[in-house]
Design a protein around this ligand. Structure first.
Ligand code: ADP
Ligand code: MG
Ligand code: MG
Length: 909
């Protein structure tokens, strides 16, 4: 019997308060398509259209153009017919034409990364029909020139010839403007627009060798294929890689009836946010332009106006525009078109409530009617992300768990960076003012081209405006400054998404790409000159400005408190000094998971004592040198214990190969010889003797303490005495002494015995005791495998995942730079395993180590202290393994606290 198989549709329609899809279908319809469908169903006015699924993109990529087109041809034709019926117009008709937009839309929003074509369906006859029907020649010809421009760029490859060149169509327009002595696109006459259409087509013919396509259906298929192709374009690929989005997601294609913002003074277009994407403040805001279309607002062709009166007043203050001038020339939408504004305000409220998150929307007004063209959860800075999550919680829109899940852990990083020192700011020389597009502090050397952002260690990218091509450079630069564009310009939106400081629309700047100079107020700045940006005020400052540490306060502190309420797994810090320990405590670390004692030996007078210890020929000589080191170590430990306010402190015994400590330069070798009253040759011999073929696998870790037990003795002395001293001062502390790099049980037993004997002797001598633990790092694969035996002896385990990764992969960390970049590029490795824990491989050893360890000691305390302890996906893994804590650098503590809470919430969901 034949089974009737249901064929899954490849095209989903929306419009007229109905839709085949909905907002849960982002993977299939892309974010834009899914939300257009959702908006249509909940009664928001969206122009009718349809979405071709992301799966078709994948089919196109594997099966090729012809097959892909055949698969969807019938559905596309039907769907166009549906639009025609709803709009009462006809695609390609000479009297009553339907024009459409063809828009890309991946699962996640990739602003400006892929391509869009507007006004598709135009040709020499359709334009006449449209002009006649609307009785508006200006509009019809403006739409035609826009279409050729976009289709030429997106589908026919009409791009700037080099980076110093501008877009070929822009160039034609600029020349005409100059000839005609006008400044704005809106000033073109009907004849100008006709000339532009002619010249544009001519330019296409010259460059491509083909006539511009006149058949609307050819245009449509050309645009659909171009959108599919844009998924594999350079920009999109870079963006995908930056965020780790896989290539097989593909993009959907949205085809939608055009609504026209360029029909005259009763039309326009804009972008708006339900809350402030920079600060998170709960104020509706955005920008619009009258008689404009599509990306005009974002591209910064004209100075956009503010949607709300409040926004307009704030803007005028920054732009130093007088109130009269503002009302006359830059009125807000609220003032200019109150009824449209009220509608927009209603929709923005409705959409935010519906999605329960801050929305970023696009709208167009056609002859007094408002249409919504897009909504999505808005990109925002880390600060805004935290504030919005906590505000939505307080407003009762979301619950605590949802609030915690709304914050991307890595975004907290932005809040932990240094900010400008307020004292230094007072003295700063402000050379110009722009819009505070994305808050933060940035100092760097001027570069004018995105692909030169890596020319200096810290650079500030200075552009007239940015475009999606600049993404990579924007990511590298410390800050972004543009002369054109508003708060919703490309630069502003992208910078906020990256959490990068950005000032936009600094109109006083005269930027010359050819001479690579920036002129403002008679001063000239060159490539390589230092400038500073204050993204919170829009101040552009000459030279460098000093910075200071940020604080955890307000909503950030609230978020952290909430995290701790849900987090089961604790967060400790890696800290080698009282200063780091204090910072980490202020960030909420509950203990220290790793203190590396060797770092203490590098300081000035200490390194000398350390070298004497290493160079000593006899045990007696070594002991003498160690005696000098003892008080210094003890003092460090006292400081760290004190900073930790009673929380546990794990101290690792000396770990690195001794060779790292000895002098390698002749001059320092001579000094040392003199001081120790030995010959230079003796020093040289010792240095040579310490050299190893493979230091990472050599004489280090517990192998040091087992060959030179007096080192372990001295360190134990320092730790236990410090603890006793604090106890005498009434301060509790819990030292956890950690033996590094063991591979066999015996290695641990030998060290443990030295530690316990030494401690016992001190207790006896001082007639007092403190509690302490002796545990070990698990960082050699054999130790993970032998964990059951080791746990019989050790009080705790800490996975040293840096070494564990090194030894499991067999990649030397010091040499991996030679091949890792190629591996990542070729896709042999997906991510750098030293950054993101390799859960599949190294993770197995962690699971085995933990399980076996707890099989013999059920309440064995387990933690992690590698760099991975602050990386979100790795922290989540540690929670899954059942670790008691993760330990990370002080600045990552808040991130780990949040991830720990999120992991708990996700696991009970
Ligand atoms: P992106 O993904 O880069 O934002 P979009 O597909 O949203 O690109 O479209 C670019 C611009 O064109 C936006 O401003 C959008 O509002 C506008 N636009 C898209 N489709 C239409 C349409 N059917 N009518 C009017 N404007 C449109
Ligand atoms: Mg858009
Ligand atoms: Mg190690």
């Amino acid at each position: 019997m034949e089974v009737l198989q249901e064929v899954k549709p490849r095209v989903y329609k929306f419009g007229d308060k109905k839709a085949d899809g909905n907002s849960t279908m982002k993977n299939l319809l892309g974010g834009k398509g899914a939300n257009l469908a959702e908006m249509s169903s909940i009664g928001i006015p969206v122009p009718p259209g349809f979405t071709i699924t992301t799966e078709v993109c994948t089919e196109y990529n594997s099966l090729g153009k012809e097959t892909a087109v055949n698969l969807i041809k019938r559905e596309v034709e039907e769907s166009i017919e549906n639009i025609e019926n709803l709009m009462g117009t006809k695609f390609g008709d000479k009297v009553n034409p339907l024009l459409v937009s063809v828009r890309s839309g991946a699962r996640v929003s990739m602003p400006g990364m892929m391509d869009t074509v507007l006004n598709l369906g135009m040709n020499d006859e359709v334009v006449l029909g449209l002009a006649k029907k609307t009785n508006n020649d200006q509009f019809a010809w403006d739409s035609y020139r826009r279409f050729i421009q976009m289709y030429g760029g997106v589908v026919l490859g009409m791009k700037p010839a080099s980076k110093e060149d501008i877009d070929p169509f822009e160039e034609i327009m600029e020349n005409l403007k100059e000839k005609r002595g006008i400044e704005l696109d809106t000033e073109f006459t009907i004849q100008d627009l006709k000339d532009l259409v002619f010249d544009f087509k001519d330019a296409v013919k010259k460059r491509t060798g083909h006539d511009f396509p006149t058949n609307p259906w050819d245009q449509l298929w050309g645009a659909i294929i171009a959108v599919f192709n844009s998924w594999n374009g350079d920009r999109a690929v870079y963006y995908r890689n930056m965020h780790g989005y896989p290539a097989d997601w593909g993009t959907a294609v949205n085809v939608q009836a055009m609504v026209y913002g360029n029909m005259g003074d009763n039309s326009g277009t804009g972008v708006c946010f339900t809350r402030d994407a920079g600060t998170g403040e709960n104020v509706f805001n955005g920008e619009y332009l009258i008689n404009a279309q599509g990306e005009d607002v974002v591209a910064g062709v004209r100075t956009p106006q503010q949607i709300t009166k409040l926004g307009s007043e704030r803007w005028a203050e920054l732009a130093k525009v007088e109130e009269e001038d503002r009302i006359e020339n830059y009125p807000s939408l609220e003032e200019l078109m109150p009824s449209i504004f009220n509608k927009l305000n209603t929709y923005q409220n409705k959409l935010e409530k519906h999605y329960r998150d801050m929305q970023d929307m696009e709208f167009t007004m056609q002859d007094g009617k408002l249409w919504i063209l897009q909504t999505r959860n808005g990109k925002r800075t880390g600060a805004a992300m935290v504030k919005i999550a906590m505000d939505l919680l307080k407003e009762g829109m979301i619950d605590e768990k949802e609030a915690l899940l709304l914050v991307e852990p890595n975004k907290l990083d932005e809040l932990l960076h240094p900010i400008f020192d307020s004292k230094a700011l007072k003295k700063a020389n402000v050379i110009a003012q722009g819009l505070p597009a994305s808050p933060g502090a940035a100092t760097g050397k001027i570069v004018f081209f995105a692909d030169e952002a890596n020319k200096y260690k810290s650079s500030i990218l200075v552009r007239i405006e940015t475009s999606p091509e600049d993404l990579e450079g924007m990511n590298i630069a410390k800050g972004i400054l543009t002369a054109r564009g508003g708060m919703t310009s490309h630069a502003a939106v992208v910078a906020r998404g990256m959490g990068k400081c950005c000032i936009s629309g600094a109109g006083a700047l005269k930027i010359n790409y050819k001479t690579r100079t920036l002129k403002v107020d008679g001063n000239e700045y060159h490539e390589g000159d230092w400038i500073s940006l204050n993204g919170s005020t829009g101040n552009i400052i000459e030279g460098k400005v000093a910075t200071m540490e940020p604080e955890l306060s307000g909503e950030f502190a609230e978020l952290m408190k909430l995290s701790d309420k849900y987090a089961v797994m604790k967060v400790r810090t890696n800290a080698d000094s009282p200063k780091d320990a204090k910072i980490a405590r202020s960030f909420g670390a509950q203990g220290i998971g790793l203190t590396r004692t060797e770092h203490m030996f590098f300081e000035l007078d200490r390194i000398k004592a350390m070298r004497e210890m290493i160079l000593a020929e006899t045990v007696k000589g070594r002991k003498q040198a160690l005696k000098d080191l003892l008080p210094m170590q003890r003092e460090d430990f006292e400081g760290i214990f004190e900073a930790m306010e009673g929380f546990a402190v794990t101290i690792r015994l000396l770990d690195p190969p001794l060779h790292e400590f000895v002098p390698h330069q002749l001059a320092t070798q001579k000094d040392l010889a003199e001081e120790m009253h030995i010959s230079l040759q003796a020093v040289k011999n010792k240095v040579a003797e310490l050299e190893e073929f493979n230091p990472m696998l050599g004489h280090r870790g517990c192998r040091l303490g087992n060959t030179y037990p007096e080192i372990t003795e001295m360190q134990t002395h320092a730790i236990i005495e410090a603890a006793l001293n604090l106890k005498a001062r009434g301060i509790v502390c819990k030292p956890e002494i950690m033996v590094p790099l063991i591979g066999t049980v015996k290695e641990f037993e030998f060290q443990e015995k030295i530690i316990r004997t030494t401690a016992a002797a001190i207790f006896e001598e001082r007639n007092d005791t403190v509690e302490y633990l002796v545990g070990t790092m698990i960082e050699i694969p054999r130790a993970a495998l032998m964990a059951d035996k080791i746990a019989e002896k050790a009080d705790f385990f800490s996975f040293g995942t840096n070494d564990l990764t090194q030894m499991t992969f067999g990649y030397s960390r010091d040499d991996a730079g030679k091949f890792l970049p190629t591996y990542l590029e070729k896709g042999i490795l997906k991510v750098d395993p030293f950054e993101v824990l390799d859960q599949e491989g190294v993770g197995q050893l962690i699971v085995i180590g933990t399980e076996r360890g707890r099989s013999t000691k059920p309440n064995l305390k387990v933690g992690i202290c590698g760099e991975h302890g602050g990386e979100p996906s790795s922290v989540e893994f540690c929670y899954g393994v059942g670790m008691d804590y993760v330990s990370c650098s002080p600045y990552r503590v808040p991130i780990a606290r949040l991830v720990s809470a999120q992991a708990t919430i996700k696991s009970i969901k």
